[in-house]
Design a protein around this ligand. Sequence first.
Ligand code: FMN
Length: 160
Amino acid sequence: MKLSPFYSSLVHFARRLAEVGVDGLVIFNRFYQPDIDVEALEVIRVNLSNSSELLLRLRWLAILSGRVNASLAVTGGIHTHFDAIKALMAGADAVQMVSALLEHGPEYLRTIQEHLAQWLEEHEYESLEQMRGSMNMQNCPNPSAYERANYMQMLQSWSV
Ligand SMILES: Cc1cc2nc3c(=O)[nH]c(=O)nc-3n(C[C@H](O)[C@H](O)[C@H](O)COP(=O)(O)O)c2cc1C
């Protein structure tokens, strides 16, 4: 089931979905977002994603990973092998790509696959499984970084 990010209690909702038989969750749907070209005065229909859109998904993957009895796929903002690595570390069982393939063509998948394999080798990972969930909320060294309250601490210690 492909979820929207707009639920008030996502962990509870995801758990309930798993309880009623949902095997896999896709995080998150990227709703249609037309833009405006102010010079041409046209509505731009296809507005592709970029890697920054992954961050919302990373946080929720990390929070849900290991706590919900369903496999987790990520969609939204996967453009490079680094994006895929981050998603896997946060707990993704699968990553999906649309915008990057529309931009670079389907052969770009091979580039991502090769770069990913090279990165795993350089960093002495023996499998994707070894990496999966290693930086989720349960396994990372600073789990509070995924919590909303951490924003307040960050602002208190912020200096310019
Ligand atoms: C042109 C286009 C058409 C899409 N059509 C659908 C669709 O019919 N159903 C759907 O669930 N998602 C659809 N999506 C959303 C994608 O499946 C995906 O969730 C979204 O593009 C985010 O991933 P990305 O950052 O890799 O593009 C569409 C996306 C694009 C760009």
